[in-house]
Design a protein around this ligand. Structure first.
Ligand code: ITT
Length: 191
């Protein structure tokens, strides 16, 4: 089956491509010729995932899913949360990381979780899949793999940050990995 992944984030696309089996053919927004920005005006991950999926669904006959995700830090009352992509205001991951590390300077509560909510629109109906991974925020940048906040997040029970892990290891633990697994199971049952 063919399905569109409604994301402008190349890293998300690569991760999800690695996770889905070959009989599910993933189309990117480039593949369907959609290059506009989609404004994320919702105040929850689920709403923003739905906004992205619906905009694309309205412009193509194909089935579509979108991922809205972010990092939720306990000591920052849940920030950066739904604002994770543009937390420092520049859209630059390094700036976002530096902002978080500065805000957590001297803070002993380093608890955080990553969350991903996928909204799937299949045969005009909406379905949601959510994945979370608990962990801690490092004191400094660790590793160069991955994207976004990966260099400052250590998943629970591990000593390496996501940015020090192979893509396979990150996918086997991550919020997105869990949400995609649920999506995959659902698609298997439907088709
Ligand atoms: P699309 O909306 O086009 O999918 P985006 O990057 O703007 O791309 P979001 O609005 O969902 O996506 O923001 C997610 C941000 O959360 C992302 O830009 C990262 O900063 C962070 N994030 C999400 N998943 C992550 C992961 O697996 N590793 C590191 N950072 C992640």
């Amino acid at each position: 089956m063919e399905i569109v992944f409604a994301t402008h984030n190349q890293h998300k696309l690569e991760e999800v491509m690695q996770m889905l089996p070959e009989n599910i053919s993933l189309l990117s927004l480039d593949d369907i010729g959609f290059n506009q920005e989609i404004e994320e005006t919702g105040d929850t991950f689920a709403l923003n995932a739905a906004i992205k999926a619906k905009v694309i669904s309205a412009s193509t006959e194909r089935n579509v899913f979108a991922d809205d995700s972010g990092l939720v830090i306990e000591a920052l009352n849940g920030a950066p949360g739904i604002y994770s992509a543009r937390y420092a205001g520049t859209g630059n991951s390094k700036d976002n990381i530096v902002k978080v590390l500065n805000e957590l300077k001297g803070e002993t509560n380093r608890n955080a979780y990553f969350i991903a909510v996928i909204c799937l629109i299949l045969d005009k109906k909406e379905y949601y899949f959510e994945g979370r991974i608990n962990g801690t925020i490092t004191e400094e940048i660790m590793g160069e793999e991955g994207f976004g906040y990966d260099p400052i997040f250590i998943p629970e029970g591990h000593s390496l940050s996501f940015a020090q892990m192979s893509p396979e290891q990150k996918n086997s633990l991550s919020h997105r990995g869990k949400a995609v697994e649920l999506l995959h199971d659902f698609l298997l049952k439907k088709h």
